[in-house]
Design a protein around this ligand. Sequence first.
Ligand code: FES
Ligand SMILES: [Fe+2]
Length: 346
Amino acid sequence: MPEALSWSAYSDPALPALERGRIFARAWQYIGHKDQLGDGPGYVAGRVGDIPVVITRDRDGTLRAFLNVCRHRGSVLAAGAAARETLQCPYHAWTYGLDGALKAAPRSDREPGFDCEGISLRPASVGAWGPFLFANPDPEVLPLAEVLGGLPELVAAAGVVVAELRHHARAESSVEANWKLVAENFLECYHCAVAHPGFSAVVDVSPDVYELALGDSFSSQFGPVRENGTGLDTVGEVTRSQFHFLWPNTMINIFPGRMNFSIGPVLPAGPERTERFLDYFFGPDADAAWISELLEFDGQVGAEDKVLVENVQRGVATGLIERGRLMPESERLIADFQQRVQAAVA
Ligand code: FES
Ligand SMILES: [Fe+2]
């Protein structure tokens, strides 16, 4: 068992820039979903880690991604999502087509030698899985489908048909802790019995039945429904929860019950702060009452996790202890995550 990550990695102010270049600049991450683009041309802006990106879809349906950074003086270009044919910078109104090419720059006719031709947004990579849109800041990477590997099959086996999912809501939150602590908290259920009584009353979290699985690009946790469980109506096509983590920062949750799926990234926002969002999707059979039941159930788990992780941040940030210890079995998904982090920033 290799040594656990040094605790300085959770507050070192030099690390966000290093992680941006070595991890997020070449990472596939969930950005948003197709409904955000409208029916025709449109864009959705987001970020991979802390790198601003924008995904566009043109009139022909072609998806593209770019760094969401204006080529003039570097302003972040597009915000949110919209059904429109151009991206216009809020600073001096340089206007780009959905293919990334600069179409117009105000007053450029008065500038001798200035030509819009040849100025274009810096390309990134784009990929779609059903309604889910992913971006990777690196323009030359393995396609998303190869990186997802067997993940879509696992999700289908859970009883979730991604093509039937409808977006319900996006939940945004922040955690006063390093993004890696938020990821690590997701990667073990060793804390579930202690810290999530509601969750553990529904999902059987005992180590004999709660499964952890490591893959090349993602790791998975499978938790069956507890016999005589209480707290969530688990009648429906999904009989076993699935929690997937796509390296380095996209999380997917499927709870037992009606067809449901939530997906979202953890986004570094400085060395000791994380921003996150989670897009909730449901199948056609999920009624409003069950949806609010599930959202409340998951919201409770999220609130408990926020307290846990912020507590860890306060502990590891003291700088007086070098590192902790990982439980080789219960925390092996964390060990894998930490090895990837170490290999990337070494
Ligand atoms: S920075 Fe975008 S138009 Fe000036
Ligand atoms: Fe948790």
